[in-house]
Design a binder for this molecule. Structure first.
Ligand SMILES: [Zn+2]
Ligand SMILES: [Zn+2]
Length: 141
């Protein structure tokens, strides 16, 4: 096993191939269930509203978005600048990268030519700062 830094709480942990530690994984699962329940009743609720109603932190909500477990967007299904592609910074509605960057990375892996261009990491601070303005609505994926 490899010691890694948890992508969520930043503590070192014994990784078994996941980005986050067991504690955070369990916490995020709980948070996700709370949010899912709420969204069943209140489809397309705003992030602020969901956070307040469920007690789930914005940080968790953002992480669930990055994990593609939630989608955020305006009424046309476009991203609202809350999530950005980690490679080209285009606004996206779920996950870590936009479709074209995903395809680029996939193609690079397919060709297995040298190293895949590493996406620039967006820090939690940057995300938090950008986040939660505007009219973004959450949806279940
Ligand atoms: Zn953790
Ligand atoms: Zn991109």
């Amino acid at each position: 096993m490899e010691v890694k830094q948890c992508d969520f709480c930043r503590m070192p942990y014994q990784s078994m191939g996941k980005r986050i530690c067991m504690d955070c994984m369990l916490k995020l699962d709980e948070d996700f269930i709370e949010i899912r329940e709420y969204l069943y009743e209140h489809d397309r609720a705003g992030i602020e509203e969901v956070s307040e109603a469920t007690g789930v932190s914005r940080k968790s909500i953002l992480y669930l978005l990055k994990e593609e477990r939630l989608i955020v967007g305006d009424e046309h299904g476009r991203g609202c600048g809350i999530l950005k592609c980690e490679s080209c910074k285009k606004s996206i509605s779920t996950g870590r990268m936009c479709e074209s960057c995903k395809q680029e990375v996939f193609a690079a892996i397919q060709e297995s030519v040298g190293a895949v261009r590493k996406p620039k990491r967006i820090t939690q601070e940057m995300l938090e700062e950008e986040s939660l303005r505007g009219v973004a609505k959450l949806q279940l994926k």
